[in-house]
Design a protein around this ligand. Structure first.
Ligand SMILES: [Zn+2]
Length: 441
């Protein structure tokens, strides 16, 4: 089919409903072509694969790439340094690079990621496909509420909705009141933006006495942060806007990864664009559907800055059963559940230190400073698995029962067993950068 036209009334592209076997065949064919391209054009991968004794022409199955090391953000930053400013992963000549976006660079120098015209065309088509699956059609009036400068969000979605034929208003992510004016005046029916900006718009509109529930916006595509997959946050935005919220998941390196369809039951992975592995964070071995693991992605057709076995660090749960919408592309129910480097597993319950922190922070009398201590006293002696957590927390010295109440609070809110060790105020080491919240005894 030609890019830019829907395949049917319901589906943008026929690949969305391929049976899994046919999809895997397509993935293998694309993977082989892609790896040859990468091996021929990227200095970084050519060297890495030579070291690993890997010949891209020898690939016979999708599992063959598991012999390759994963590539992380640290590797990417390193590759940028060794061949500044574009990096040794670049696999297209600079004259073919048509666009570059940058990371926000909160902890390091902003990292560039490049697209050729073919890459941009593909990106737009994938986003158009996701918007189409959410019910967007040519008669929609669509206001982009993602930022445009540097960030991948704004231009990415603007081009995609235009491809469907919707009327696109590139609003951006500031000038809150003007955005509300435009929505009302022009009858905007669909928007995209971060969950934070959607909440801020709703709050502002409420304060101005012009609640958003009264306008025509019926569909909101959110992304850029995990809020859209958090049920409480989603419900809040849906109520405030009187509209459906669709969670989206992408990154600078992969645009897009997964977007929800009208069923709102977890984003469909763009599996014809990115080969997805879900692996155990410790062993790197694949985990079955339904089990949390780290998402590892390989581009199947990206020319300019391709990633092979990109370690996203994001913990997801995959479901490869067909969706009620008829699409067969795997889904990620619950979106991104957290970051791999942070996650603990206690009796099968995934526990992120941030959740413990939330309980400690609001506990009366606690300073907020705390550490999760991993030691043998909280492990099943037979299996070695953790059965609970030990929590060291600064609590008031004159309140002997505080530790007990904090234990109960953790158990009630997080459903994990907890033993609290109360320590005096000021006894846990402070950090000006990132606090070490998990320690091994
Ligand atoms: Zn679906």
């Amino acid at each position: 089919m030609t890019l830019g036209h829907p395949h049917s009334e319901r589906y943008w592209h026929e690949v969305e409903t391929f049976d899994r076997e046919r999809l895997r065949e397509l993935q293998l064919e694309k993977l082989r072509t892609q790896l040859v391209h990468v091996g021929e054009n990227s200095v970084f991968y050519r060297r890495q694969w030579a070291d690993a004794g890997f010949d891209p022409r020898s690939v016979r199955s999708l599992d063959d790439i598991r012999s390759l090391p994963t590539v992380s953000k640290t590797d990417y930053v390193q590759s940028l340094r060794e061949d500044a400013p574009w990096g040794s992963m670049l696999a297209a000549p600079l004259r073919d690079v048509a666009r570059v976006h940058f990371s926000s660079g909160t902890t390091s120098a902003p990292t560039p990621v490049c697209w050729t015209n073919a890459d941009l065309d593909r990106w737009s088509d994938l986003y158009a496909r996701s918007a189409y699956s959410q019910g967007i059609r040519a008669d929609d009036i669509y206001q982009v509420l993602f930022g445009f400068a540097w960030f991948v969000g704004g231009l990415g979605v603007a081009n995609a909705y235009a491809r469907i034929g919707a009327t696109v208003i590139p609003g951006g992510s500031s000038e809150t009141e003007r955005q509300i004016d435009v929505m009302e005046t022009y009858g905007t029916t669909a928007v995209s933006g971060t969950p934070s900006f959607m909440l801020h718009l709703a709050e502002t509109a409420e304060r101005l006495g012009r609640p958003l529930s009264g306008n025509r916006v019926g569909r909101i595509q959110v992304g850029g942060e995990p809020g859209g997959a958090v049920p409480e946050t989603r419900a809040f935005i849906e109520r405030a806007w009187n509209a459906k919220v669709f969670d989206g998941y992408g990154s600078l390196e992969f645009q897009p990864i997964a977007w929800e369809c009208e069923e709102q039951s977890g984003g469909h992975i763009a599996e014809d664009f990115a080969l997805a592995e879900v692996v155990d964070g410790e062993t790197g071995e694949p985990v079955p559907d339904g089990t949390p693991g780290v998402l590892v992605l390989t581009h199947l057709d990206k020319q300019a800055t391709p990633f092979v076995r990109w370690w996203t660090g994001d913990v997801v749960v995959r479901d490869s059963q067909p969706c009620a919408c008829g699409r067969t592309l795997s889904r990620l129910p619950g979106g991104v559940r957290g970051r791999a480097d942070d996650m603990l597993v206690i009796r099968g319950v995934n526990l992120f230190p941030s959740a413990v922190e939330a309980v400690v922070r609001k506990f009366p009398g606690a300073s907020g400073e705390h550490q999760i201590v991993l030691d043998d006293s909280m492990k099943d002696p037979n299996t070695g698995f953790a059965t609970g957590i030990k929590l060291r927390a600064e609590l008031p010295a004159d309140d002997a029962d505080a530790a007990h109440r904090l234990e109960n609070a953790i158990r009630a809110e997080l459903t994990v067993r907890c033993v609290v060790e109360a320590v005096p105020y000021g006894s846990i080491e402070r950090s000006t950068h990132k606090s070490k919240r998990v320690v091994t005894a």
